[in-house]
Design a protein around this ligand. Structure first.
Ligand SMILES: [Zn+2]
Length: 329
């Protein structure tokens, strides 16, 4: 089967950096890495087996963050992320990123991070027939109270996202540690984003239970949920998501690695699809998960028997839930 043209609604820029680029930038800036060999580094940055919890999955990001040294580096990373998506037959990708996470280690100004990403994406889409849009992620657990250093508040990040709405930012996301940081705490930044016309997606039902999905929908106005796989344990939340037409951005390999699901066989993508939930399949973190979007499509065909028609429905679900118009559909 030839791979269909893909749409990726859930791809973290930080999790899509090429290992060779991490090595390259760190070597040029004399930043110590365990290895500068791209293959060895790729192995270190890939989570191969399910981890104990979400925190375990985030370990490679401690290394990846070392390469966010300045605006030029960030522009290169954004350019390459679009190039890699295009090479994998992706025609529309939303790259989400946490501006403060990318800024903090080397104290890069937030506006340099934003401008660098915009610059890299603009250059790439000017050269390739692909649409790439941006989603700003608020990290739940990184905030002025926990960081003990000058740090943007969720409201400031929402305003930053709105400020860049005419330069490719199409949505606001909530990411990071779910437990202890319920969606309702973030009502104000998400109101700001909604009022400005940005799309709303929230990581929920990955690390926390179905209630987090209900809260994301009811309190933050999320029309898309990052993962959401844990809703299967609550028929009421499943019905809510289905009846409101909320789209789930599932990421099968990532969901197994983070233990959002017990095993691949237990992944609810087929069950939810069959009962009419708007399911999509996405990559999450290509580098950290060691996959491409086309691998995830192949996976649902292989493991869950999705037919070519059903695969097209998954992709159409993504097209309809995209925060901007895909390229030449
Ligand atoms: Zn994610």
């Amino acid at each position: 089967m030839t791979a269909p043209q893909g749409i990726d609604l859930h791809r973290h820029l930080e999790g899509a950096v090429r290992p060779a680029t991490v090595a390259d930038i760190c070597r040029a800036h004399r930043i110590e890495l365990p290895t500068y060999d791209p293959d060895e580094l790729a192995e270190l940055l890939t989570v191969r087996k399910p981890v104990a919890d979400l925190a375990g999955f985030l370990v490679p990001f401690r290394t990846i963050k070392l390469c966010f040294v300045n605006k030029e580096a960030v522009a290169r990373i954004a350019y390459e992320a679009v190039e890699d998506a295009f090479a994998d037959n992706v025609q529309y990708v939303e790259l989400r990123f946490s501006p403060e996470f990318m800024a903090f280690y080397h104290k890069v100004p937030l506006t340099d991070v934003m401008d660098g990403i915009v610059q890299g994406v603009d250059l790439a889409v000017g050269r390739m027939p692909v649409t790439a849009k941006l989603v700003v992620s608020i990290s739940r657990d990184l905030n002025p109270d926990t960081m003990q250093m000058p740090w943007p508040s969720p409201v400031e990040l929402a305003r930053l996202a709105v400020e860049y709405a005419d330069r490719g930012v199409v949505g606001l996301d909530l990411a990071g540690k779910e437990n202890g940081y319920p969606p309702a705490l973030f009502a104000e930044p998400f109101r700001i984003a909604r009022d400005a016309g940005l799309g709303i997606t929230v990581h929920a039902g990955e690390d926390a239970g179905p209630e987090s999905v209900r809260e994301a929908v009811e309190h933050l106005g999320a029309t898309r949920i990052g993962h959401g796989v844990r809703i299967v344990s609550d028929p009421e939340v499943v019905a809510l998501v289905r009846d409101l037409g909320v789209t789930l951005e599932t990421c099968p390999t990532s969901n197994v690695l983070t233990r959002a699901v017990e095993s691949l066989a237990a992944h609810p993508v087929r069950t939810l699809f069959d009962i009419g939930v708007r399911v999509t399949v996405n990559s999450d973190d290509p580098t950290v998960c060691g996959i491409k979007l086309s691998d995830e499509y192949a996976l649902v065909v292989r493991e869950f028997g999705f037919t070519p028609d059903e695969l097209r429905t998954l992709i159409r679900n993504a097209e309809e839930a995209a925060f901007a118009l895909p390229h030449s559909l």
